[in-house]
Design a binder for this molecule. Structure first.
Ligand SMILES: Cc1ncc(COP(=O)(O)O)c(C=O)c1O
Length: 356
């Protein structure tokens, strides 16, 4: 896709910064399957330190990071994990935990704030030795919560789930694809947000703008086993230092830009809220860089899929409609305040012409 598009589809579309490209060019590399790549080692050490875990592993994607962690925790035949019905792992990772990991998903309703109620988790725990049932080994949370519009799980909530897991001897995994967005928005150390988690997966290639890669975190023993799982899943990379070099900049330079992304997302939401036919509550609905909104089909006679088509053809804007009347716009460092103002102007124009 040409660089001239303003791309609201996702923060996965971010391209590596100039500094990243230079660092990639200069990176010292080696065969990482042999453990020879000094840049990968540097990234992993830096991530372990930053997120307060014993060890870290560089993996090709968030999907693989989650799968490796789930398989690692639920190694035993007949295991299950408890997670929200709208969690990325459950909705958007092709059921990999079942098909490849042989782990059963026991889902609980995801609340509008991205949490799962403690009582819903507790009710689903199956510790019994009865041969009818899988045995619960793991609980998975997601922070920020993608499908719930970038909602932040608070430290208190995560700790309460951690406590429950401890009580029942369960492991806790955090799908922290956008954990840095949560840490920046809450103004807390990211390590604190996963202190009570046994593992976490953090994406470098979303708002943090690396071209490829995620980091998984855990104890030294957990990461040693994760490295074996990464290999069997085909994720062992050779001269991966060219990618890790960008990841180092993701961790050192990019987090400070996320605050601006969040401000821009709020600006966008506030602008949308003023357009007749558009439904969004900027105060409650937008906490980080993701903006979900609805169009009211009783007030406007054009749907979001049609608008997305027109915007692409005529205005150089890419957006994804989730059905006819709901859309998700995602802010990242390549979207400026001026881009948002331009989007709002075009959006207002098209809706004004299509009021019922
Ligand atoms: C919350 C969450 N977890 C995991 C992933 C998967 O990451 P990847 O696309 O790198 O596989 C995504 C991707 O959008 C995500 O939003």
């Amino acid at each position: 896709m040409s660089t001239s598009f303003i791309d609201f589809r996702s923060d996965t579309v971010t391209k590596p910064t100039k500094e990243m490209r230079q660092a990639m060019f200069d990176a010292e590399v080696g065969d990482d399957v042999y453990g020879d790549d000094l840049t990968v080692i540097k990234l992993q050490d830096m991530a372990a330190q930053l997120f307060g875990k014993e060890a870290a592993l560089f993996v090709p994607s968030g999907t693989m990071g989650n799968l490796i962690c789930v398989m690692n925790h639920c190694g035993q035949f007949g295991s299950e994990m408890i997670l929200g019905d709208l969690n990325h792992i459950h909705l958007f990772e092709q059921g990999g935990c079942a098909t490849l990991g042989r782990v059963h998903s026991r889902v609980a309703p995801t609340q509008p704030d991205g949490t799962i109620l403690l009582k819903d988790i507790e009710e689903r725990i199956r510790m019994v030795t009865d041969d009818h049932f899988p045995q619960t080994k793991l609980v998975c949370l997601e922070n920020t919560h993608n499908r719930m519009g970038g909602k932040i799980l608070t430290l208190e909530y995560i700790q309460s789930v951690g406590q429950l897991c401890k009580q029942y001897g369960l492991k806790l995994h955090m799908d922290g694809a956008r954990l840095m967005n949560a840490a920046v928005a809450l103004d807390v150390d990211p390590a604190q947000l996963i202190e009570c988690c046994d593992s976490a997966s953090i994406c470098l290639s979303k708002g943090l703008a690396a071209p490829v890669g995620s980091i998984i975190l855990g104890t030294k023993e957990f990461i040693l086993q994760a490295k074996r799982l990464r290999k069997v899943l085909g994720g062992g990379m050779r001269q991966a230092g060219v990618l890790a070099a960008a990841g180092i900049i993701s961790l050192t330079q990019m987090p400070k830009l996320l605050k601006l992304d969040h401000q821009n997302a709020k600006l966008l939401a506030e602008g949308l809220a003023k357009i007749p036919g558009c439904e969004i509550n900027p105060e409650n609905d937008v906490q980080t860089n993701i903006v979900y909104f609805d169009l009211n089909p009783n007030k406007v006679k054009i749907d979001l899929q049609t608008i997305a088509g027109i915007f692409k053809q005529e205005h150089g804007i890419l957006m994804s409609a989730s059905g006819k009347w709901k859309a998700r716009l995602v802010i990242h460092y390549m979207i400026t305040k001026e881009n948002i103002e331009y989007f709002l102007e075009q959006f207002k124009n098209i809706l004004e012409k299509n009021q019922i």
